[in-house]
Design a protein around this ligand. Sequence first.
Ligand SMILES: *[C@@H]1O[C@H](CO)[C@@H](O)[C@H](O)[C@H]1NC(C)=O
Ligand SMILES: *[C@@H]1O[C@H](CO)[C@@H](O)[C@H](O)[C@H]1NC(C)=O
Ligand SMILES: *[C@@H]1O[C@H](CO)[C@@H](O)[C@H](O)[C@H]1NC(C)=O
Ligand SMILES: *[C@@H]1O[C@H](CO)[C@@H](O)[C@H](O)[C@H]1NC(C)=O
Ligand SMILES: *[C@@H]1O[C@H](CO)[C@@H](O)[C@H](O)[C@H]1NC(C)=O
Ligand SMILES: *[C@@H]1O[C@H](CO)[C@@H](O)[C@H](O)[C@H]1NC(C)=O
Ligand SMILES: *[C@@H]1O[C@H](CO)[C@@H](O)[C@H](O)[C@H]1NC(C)=O
Length: 833
Amino acid sequence: MWSKNEPHLQSLLLIVVPFLLVSTASAANPVSDILDKGRNITDGETLVSAGGSFTLGFFPPGVLGKRYLGIWFSVDEDAICWVANRDHPLTDARGALVISDTGSLLLIDSSGQVVWSSNTTGTASTTVQLLESGNLVSRDGNASGAITWQSFDHPSNTLLPGMKIGKNLWTGEEWYLTSWRSADDPATGNFRYITDTEGVPQNVMLDGGKRIYRTGPWNGLWFSGVTEMGTYSDMFIYRLTSSPSEITYGYVAKAGTPFSRLVLTDDGLFRRLVWDTSSRAWKIFFQGPRDICDQYGRCGAFGLCNASAPSTSFCSCVRGFSPASPMQWKMRDTSNGCRRNVTLDCGNGISTTDGFVVMQGVKLPDTHNASVDASITLEECRTRCLANCSCLAYAPLDLKGGGTGTGCIIWREDLMDLRLVDGGQSLYLRLAKTELGEPQPPKSFPTGIVIGVTVPLVIIILALVAFWFSPWRRRWSRERILVDNPPRVLDNASRVVDNVAPDSHPPNLALLTTSFPAVGLPAVVQATGNFSEANIIGKGGFSVIYKGELDGYGTVAVKRLKQDSLSEKVKGDYAREIVLMSRFTHANLVKLLCYCQEKAECILVYEFMRNRSLNLYIFGEDSSLRSLLNWAQRVKIIRGIAVGLEWLHGEGVIHRDLKPGNILLNDTLEPKIADFGTAKPLIEDPTNQTLVQTAGYVAPEYAGEGTLTYKCDAYSFGVVLLEILGGKRKKDEPTFLPQVWESWKQCEIGELLDPQVGEPEAEAFSVLARCIHIGLLCVQHLPEQRPAMPEVVAMLTNTGVQLPMPSKPTANIGAGLQAQPISDDTPGPSRTR
Ligand SMILES: *[C@@H]1O[C@H](CO)[C@@H](O)[C@H](O)[C@H]1NC(C)=O
Ligand SMILES: *[C@@H]1O[C@H](CO)[C@@H](O)[C@H](O)[C@H]1NC(C)=O
Ligand SMILES: *[C@@H]1O[C@H](CO)[C@@H](O)[C@H](O)[C@H]1NC(C)=O
Ligand SMILES: *[C@@H]1O[C@H](CO)[C@@H](O)[C@H](O)[C@H]1NC(C)=O
Ligand SMILES: *[C@@H]1O[C@H](CO)[C@@H](O)[C@H](O)[C@H]1NC(C)=O
Ligand SMILES: *[C@@H]1O[C@H](CO)[C@@H](O)[C@H](O)[C@H]1NC(C)=O
Ligand SMILES: *[C@@H]1O[C@H](CO)[C@@H](O)[C@H](O)[C@H]1NC(C)=O
C-alpha cells in the first residue's frame, strides 16, 4: 500500500500551493475507512479498513495506462478481491470516487464523466465505509444507518469470508464469481463460478454457458466431490443456506484463522488460498478442477472416471452398462457414455425384480435434475426408488448424522459426471436382477438383497480364489507385466510402451474434438491477411506459422499445415495435437485456442508469444538477445520447463521432441512448451514405428532401440538445461556432454556458462553449479540413472534434496543415423520416419 501512496505524495508536491493545505490536512489524518459526502478519493489516495486488513484505492493491473478502483488485501496489493470499474477502465490517473447527491457512489474520470456507479438511491447524507471484512458499504446518513449498497453483493472473482454466492429466491437476484479476462486484465472473463440451486445445491464452474467443473452436491458436511473440505474445517465454517428466501453458499473463518480467499482465476481454476504470515505468501489449500476426472462429464452418461487408473483408460462404465458407441469408446471418445445392458423390470411398481448395487467412494452425479426429499430415511428412499420405474439411482441427502445418512436424492435422468474420489460417498444404482447375480468385485456387492453379510462375503472370497486360478488373472497379470515391468525397463518411474500392439490409425478428429472450439476458414483468412507472406513468423518442416488478429481471440499464432505434406501421418499428428492440447491447460504449456478444418485445410490457432522461442535467445547470433536473459531468468526458465514436463508426465504424456525451438517465451519470459504433434499419450497410441526426434536431444535408448519412456524427455530436458546455461548447441559438438562432465568434475563451472550473459554473483553461481549437476544427472546414459521429472523439479526447487554423483555421459552418436531432423530453430511438426 505504501508504494501506491508514494507517487501520490510526490505528485502532490508538484501541485500548486492552494492544494498544499489539503495535502497537509490529509497527512495529519492519513488514512480513514470512511468517505462522506463532499470528500472524494482521487488516484493515489486510499481508504483503509479500521484494522488495516483491506485497502481501497486505484491500481494499474499491468495493462499500461489503464486504471481501476478496487479493494485489495493490505498485506499483498496483488491480492485484489474486488474491482468496481472492471469493464470500464480509466485511461489516466485523474479519476475520483465521489458520493452523488442521491447517495450513489460514482467513479468519475478526468472529464467528469461517470465511469461506474453503484446505482443506489438514498440520501445525500450517505456515508461509505470500508469494513474490516473487506466489504465496502454505503449507509443511509440518518439514524437508521441502513445499508443501501455493499460490494459483497457484487462479487468480482473473489469470495471472501462473509460473502456468499447463490440466488435470492424472492427477487431472483444471483450472486456468482466471474473470472478476470487475463492475469492483468480485470475485465469480465469467460469463467463463472455459481451455486446451482436446482436439485441439491452444488457449485459449478461455467465456461461461457457450458458446465466444465462441478464440486458435487452439498451433503451436509462438504461438497460431495471436495472431500478435502473436511481437512480444513478446523479453520472455516461452511455455510450452505437453503431457505424459502435464498439458496446460497459462503464460509466464515474461525477466530485466529489467517486471511483467506476463494478465487476463480482467469484460466478457469477455482482456488482456496490462505495467507501464510511466516512466508508472506498465499498457500493453495484447494484447487479445482484437480485432474482429468474433474472435467465435467468426461466419461459421458453412466461413465465412471477413475483418476488413479492409467491416464488413457480412466473411463469405464458403471456396473451393468457398456459403452454406447464401442468404436468411439475404443478411440477414447467417451462422450457418448454408456448404456444399460439389461433393461429394468418396471413390473407394476410393486413386484419389480430390480435391485441395487452400491458404488462406494464416488462424487455423486450431477443433481441439477434430481429430486430431493429431506424428510424420509434412506430405507424409504430405496422403496420409493423401486416403486417408480423412472428412478435410476438414489443416495442419501445428508451425511451429518453419520451412518449411511438420511434424506433422499433420486435421479431419473442419465447419471452425469460420476467419478471416484478419496473419501467419497455411496450411490445406489438400480440394475436388473440378472446384472446383480454375478460375482462381484469387493467394492460393489449388492446391498439391496438382505441375506446377511456373510453370504456376499463368502461369494467374494470364492470369487477371488476362482479369479486367482483363472486364465483371466493370468492374462491380466501378463498384460500388467508387459506394461509395467518390461524387461528393458529398469525402474518404476519409466514404463515401456513399445511391447503393446501398435495402433496404426491416426486419431479421428471428428470423433475426438467434439467439444473443442472450431473456427471458420474465412475468419482465419481474414486474421492472417489471406496467409500473407508478411505475416509469416515461422516455418517448420510441415507447416507455416502466421501472426494474426482473430476476432474474439486477439493476437494469435496460426499454424497452417502445408498442403503438399498432408500425409495421413501428418494429419494424425495434427489430430493428436488438438486432442492433447485441448485437454491441457497449464502455465508452462502453450495454449491451443481453436482449430480450423475446412476444405482440406488443417489449421491450429495458438496464443501468440511475442517473445518467440528460446533458441533465439540462448544461441542468438544477436548478442543483445543473448545477454537479454540474465542468470536468474535462465534458472526460472529451466524450472518452468521442468514443471511443464512434470505436468505432462502426470497426464501420461511423453513429449518426445523437447528442444529450445519448441519452447516459447511469453511476455514475462515464462517458458511454454509447444509442439505436441509429436507427443504421445502413454499406451493410448503406443506406436514405436515412428521415431520422432531431433539429433542431439534424443535419448540414446530411443535413438537406438526406439525404447520410449518418460526418461527420454528427462534426457532431452538435461541437454536443453545445459544449453540454456552454456549458450552452445549440443548437436554442433558430439562430445559436448562428456566435456561438460569433465569441466564440472574439475570444478571449472565458469567454462560451462555463456560468457555473453556475464559473471554471475556468488549466490547465483552456486545455483548454476547445482543446475549443471542436475542437468548431468538427466543426461545419464542409463535411463534408470536419470531422475524422473518430479524428482528433477524437487531438486531444482529445493536445495535440501541431495544429488547423486553423475557418471560420465556418453558422446552423442545414434541420433543422426536414425532420423533426419529438420532445423531445430523453427517450431513446427518434427520429422518422423
Ligand atoms: C476532490 O476533492 C478536492 C478537495 O476537496 C476538490 O478540490 C476536487 O475538486 C474534488 N474532485 C472531484 C473530482 O470532485
Ligand atoms: C448502473 O446503471 C447503469 C444504467 O442502467 C448500468 O449500465 C450499470 O451497469 C449499472 N451499474 C452497476 C454497478 O450495476
Ligand atoms: C431515514 O431512514 C428511513 C428508513 O429507516 C427512511 O425511510 C427515511 O427516508 C430516511 N430519512 C431521510 C430523511 O431520508
Ligand atoms: C481405479 O484405478 C486404480 C488403478 O488402476 C485401481 O487400483 C482401482 O481399483 C480402481 N478403482 C476402481 C473402483 O475401479
Ligand atoms: C454388461 O455389462 C458388463 C459390465 O458390467 C460388461 O462387461 C458386459 O460385457 C455387458 N454385457 C453385455 C451383453 O453387453
Ligand atoms: C436437465 O434436464 C434437461 C431436460 O431434460 C436437460 O436438457 C439438461 O441437460 C439436464 N441438465 C443436466 C445438468 O443434466
Ligand atoms: C414416477 O415418477 C415420475 C416423475 O416424477 C412421475 O411423473 C410418475 O407419475 C411416477 N410414477 C409412479 C407410478 O409413481
